[in-house]
Design a protein around this ligand. Structure first.
Ligand SMILES: [Fe+2]
Length: 602
């Protein structure tokens, strides 16, 4: 989703794009449009870098794209082209960065069927151990990647520190957040909770600052609607040097949200899908998932054991005696969002709250966000008392949030809610929050890790909301800012044309302050910065450091346009074990309690 705006903004832009219809959507891309995404294919076999992901105590997925060298007269096997010979790729995993002590090795064949991507689920590794890996084909080597297995040893507590990211719109700005993350030595993993890519094109549907048009464009130039388009869009991201660096330095755990397919998707459609023009949604989604699974270091979970609907993507990681991490998937099976005439076109958005007919629809117990089987799996996970912390990697905000209309520039409506969030599925929302409230202390505590709303939040999960802002805290939700995607500030900026950045910042802070005043369980909300959140877990507490881009000023209006700009430390919040509420933390994180093993031979 996109935060609201009192401006023409993207909603109008999207209407414009829809009005353009076929011309905007299926117009032929010019050859040079694809140069940026295809360039690495011309620069050697392993031009898209390396990545690793889904670390467990003994396994990690390693990834690359191996472009076969073109014979004389042959076209290059660029991403999405379907061209190119099969290629035999060798891989090694070592305990040292010079690959003197190789502990695992193998060979894998790749071909156009997987867009020449290579994924290996390396097993028989030691827990909480750092490794280096690389690929080789026809005498060419990839750059080395660094990875590590999870701090997951039975009954043992190790340190656990991750970077939480979401919403990395390529045309929204340079990936300074990823560059900053790539320079960190203190992370076990990066958790990306969705909107790793966006589907928009470079025309009327362009999303992001106008200052980057022609400078940092999407590839393909038009909306991604088929396998070739999604493959190219993923390749564009893997061609980005800052993202490449972040993948090469840390293992990632990722799960898609809506934009990996289309904005505000539900089970059979999406706000940004027009069947008459773009074809069958199920076909589009299948192709989007195919490209995602090819280009991401993602391990498919076991399909047979856990009840689910469709394809199972949700999964759980464990970290010794310290924590588990349930990664949910909330798009594939969700019921269609509630739309209200005059507020949303289709696929949900900000709708009035407190209107009886709307509230009845929102509370309908037959509507679901995750399918019932997945919600049961999630509830069972947080009731398991074997570890003090249950982390939940999640896409859209769980905490109930009522937005005062005045804060969104809609003063005629007292309160609104976002029907694409858990607020739009109140039976599931109440079920989960009620379940958390029912858990005894021995079950441990829950911290939901969320993205999607392009702003930074620290919240108590409130049960029993009563008059005067009373509530019972039953857990905590931390929401990371977007890597680049437009947030509240950009929404206000569009609506306050001609005002200085300082004035727009003041207006944004007034609005986010009003949102907090309406929802006293929101302890922190920043709608200006972009960046990432570092989450650190010890038995005593879960601590979050927020890193945000510099506040826009008249001298530097949009830091996302500056390649060298990086997020800087902004604030810290924490939840102490047993309290189930979030409070300010005095200072930013220091050194880890312990370090993964290095140079441990097998
Ligand atoms: Fe997003």
């Amino acid at each position: 989703m996109t935060p609201p705006s009192n401006a023409p903004s993207r909603r109008t832009v999207l209407r414009g794009a829809a009005a353009l219809g076929a011309a905007a959507v299926v117009g032929a891309a010019r050859p040079f449009d694809e140069a940026v995404a295809s360039a690495p294919a011309h620069g050697g076999i392993f031009g898209y870098g390396v990545a690793s992901g889904d670390p467990t105590g003994e396994r990690v997925v390693i990834w690359t794209r191996a472009t076969p060298p073109a014979r004389r007269g042959e076209p290059v096997a660029t991403p999405g082209s379907g061209l190119g010979r099969p290629l035999l790729v060798r891989w090694v995993v070592a305990t040292d960065p010079r690959f003197r002590d190789v502990v695992r090795r193998g060979r894998v064949r790749t071909d156009p069927g997987s867009d020449h991507t290579v994924k290996v689920d390396v097993d028989e590794l030691h827990p909480y151990t750092r490794y280096w890996y690389r690929f080789e084909a026809l005498g060419q080597y990839s750059s080395p990647g660094r990875t590590q297995t999870a701090p997951d040893e039975e009954d043992v507590v190790h340190a656990l520190r991750l970077a939480l990211v979401s919403c990395s719109n390529y045309t929204g700005g340079y990936f300074g957040a990823y560059r900053s993350i790539s320079a960190r030595e203190d992370l076990d993993l990066v958790l990306h909770v969705g909107d790793y890519i966006y589907e928009y094109g470079n025309g009327a549907d362009r999303y992001g600052p106008a200052g980057l048009a022609g400078v940092r464009d999407g590839v393909p130039a038009t909306e991604t609607i088929d396998l070739r388009g999604y493959r190219l869009r993923h390749a564009l991201h893997k061609a980005d040097p800052d993202l490449q660096a972040a993948h090469a330095q840390h293992p990632w755990i990722t799960i898609f949200d809506d934009h990996e397919v289309a904005n505000n998707a539900w089970d059979t459609g999406a706000e940004n899908h027009t069947p008459d023009v773009e074809g069958d949604f199920a076909t589009r989604r299948r192709q989007a998932y195919e490209a995602y699974l090819e280009w991401m270091p993602f391990r498919m979970p076991e399909q047979r054991v856990v009840p689910h609907q469709g394809t199972r993507f949700f999964k759980r990681f464990t970290f010794g005696a310290l924590a588990d991490l349930s990664v949910v998937e909330t798009r594939q099976n969700r019921s269609r969002q509630i739309d209200v005439a005059g507020f949303t076109r289709t696929g949900g958005g900000f709708i009035p709250s407190g209107v009886a007919s709307v509230d009845a629809q929102l509370a309908d117990p037959s509507r679901h966000l995750p399918e019932p089987e997945q919600l049961t799996w999630l509830k069972d996970g947080v009731a398991d008392g074997s570890r003090p912390w249950h982390l939940i990697g999640n896409q859209v905000v769980v905490t109930p949030v009522r937005f005062p209309g005045a804060a969104l520039g809609i003063p005629t409506v007292p309160l609104l809610l976002n029907s694409d969030q858990w607020d739009g599925y109140q039976a599931d929302q109440n079920d989960l929050i009620g379940h958390l409230q029912a858990q005894p202390p021995a079950a441990g505590d829950v911290v939901v890790l969320t993205g999607d709303i392009h702003s930074s939040w620290a919240m108590d999960l409130p049960a029993g909301r009563g008059p005067g802002g009373t509530y019972a805290p039953v857990g905590v939700e931390l929401v990371c800012p977007s890597v680049t995607s437009d947030g509240f500030y950009e929404g206000f900026s569009a609506g306050l044309k001609g005002q200085t950045p300082e004035a727009v910042v003041a207006a944004t802070r007034a609005a986010t302050g009003a949102i907090q005043a309406t929802n006293p369980w929101i302890r922190y909300l920043d709608g200006v910065g972009h960046g990432y959140t570092i989450v650190d877990v010890t038995p005593a507490r879960v601590h979050a450091d927020f890193y945000l881009t510099p506040t826009p000023t008249s001298a530097q209006p949009d830091p996302r346009l500056v390649r060298s700009s990086e997020p800087a430390y902004a604030t810290s919040w924490q939840t102490l074990a047993g309290t189930r509420r979030v409070v300010p933390a005095g200072s930013r994180l220091g050194a880890r309690a312990d370090e993964p093993r290095v140079g441990r031979s097998h």
